[in-house]
Design a protein around this ligand. Structure first.
Ligand SMILES: C[S@@+](CC[C@H](N)C(=O)[O-])C[C@H]1O[C@@H](n2cnc3c(N)ncnc32)[C@H](O)[C@@H]1O
Length: 216
């Protein structure tokens, strides 16, 4: 790892807006009290695997009447995300450095209003690591409010097909779906699209972008 990344990992410890979740964070009493984190108590959107946070930062700026949490395991990416948060002077967004498999230890049941998963790693050889496998979806269902939804976006056709099959097999309800998001009308794009690093890579390779919004 480069010195720059090592330095950023050390700096994170002193940044209030990046929470580090220790691996023994497993009991109910430890769960994050979201009401104490944000200045205003308002609906919470979670972005899983947010990387350097482009998407959740964009949403936090666009919708000041909602709170946002970006989760990723990579500290240097969250450090970058926090720099953008400071530049934009946003106080309705924080970041959590954790493995996503721990989210049920971090968040209380039915505490989250919406979950976004944008261009996750496709993990072609390791189904157990795909963020849309059955086990992960069961975890998301537990922390989502009853009317909450998951929005999943990818440029990987196999991951899209895999995810669609799981959603169908588990009888989850598809609210909106597109196999070519960028060719959709402006009102759809303004709801579901903004640039991210990995989204831009897909566009440069002329890959279509798939999107599914679903409820449990
Ligand atoms: C392909 S990048 C996508 C980043 C961002 N969503 C975007 O569109 O630019 C995938 C991200 O997922 C994170 N990630 C993958 N599996 C994870 C896990 N189990 N827990 C936490 N982060 C994870 C990686 O650290 C990486 O930043």
């Amino acid at each position: 790892m480069s010195r720059k990344k090592q330095k950023r990992i050390k700096e994170i410890v002193n940044i209030n807006e990046i929470m580090e979740i220790p691996s023994n964070f497993t009991t109910n009493k430890d769960k994050v009290n979201l009401k104490n984190i944000f200045k205003i108590d308002q609906p919470i959107t979670l972005e899983l695997a947010c990387g350097s946070g482009e998407y959740c930062l964009f949403l936090a700026k666009k919708f000041p009447n909602r709170n946002y949490i970006g989760i990723d395991i990579k500290g240097p990416r969250l450090w970058q995300a926090n720099q953008k948060r400071i530049k934009e002077n946003l106080n309705n967004i924080i970041f959590i450095r954790s493995q996503i498999q721990y989210i049920n230890s971090i968040f209380k049941k039915k505490s989250i209003n919406q979950i976004w998963i944008i261009h996750p790693d496709p993990q072609p050889k390791k189904e157990n690591r795909r963020l849309t496998n059955e086990n992960y979806l069961i975890k998301y269902k537990e922390i989502l409010m009853d009317n909450g939804s998951v929005i999943f976006r990818t440029d990987n056709k196999d991951l899209y097909r895999y995810t669609k099959k799981i959603i169908t097999n588990m009888n989850y309800h598809v609210i909106y779906e597109s196999q070519d998001l960028l060719s959709q009308p402006t009102e759809i794009l303004s709801k579901y699209y903004t640039e991210t690093k990995y989204g831009n890579l897909a566009i440069s390779k002329k890959l279509p972008i798939y999107l599914i919004e679903f409820k449990f």
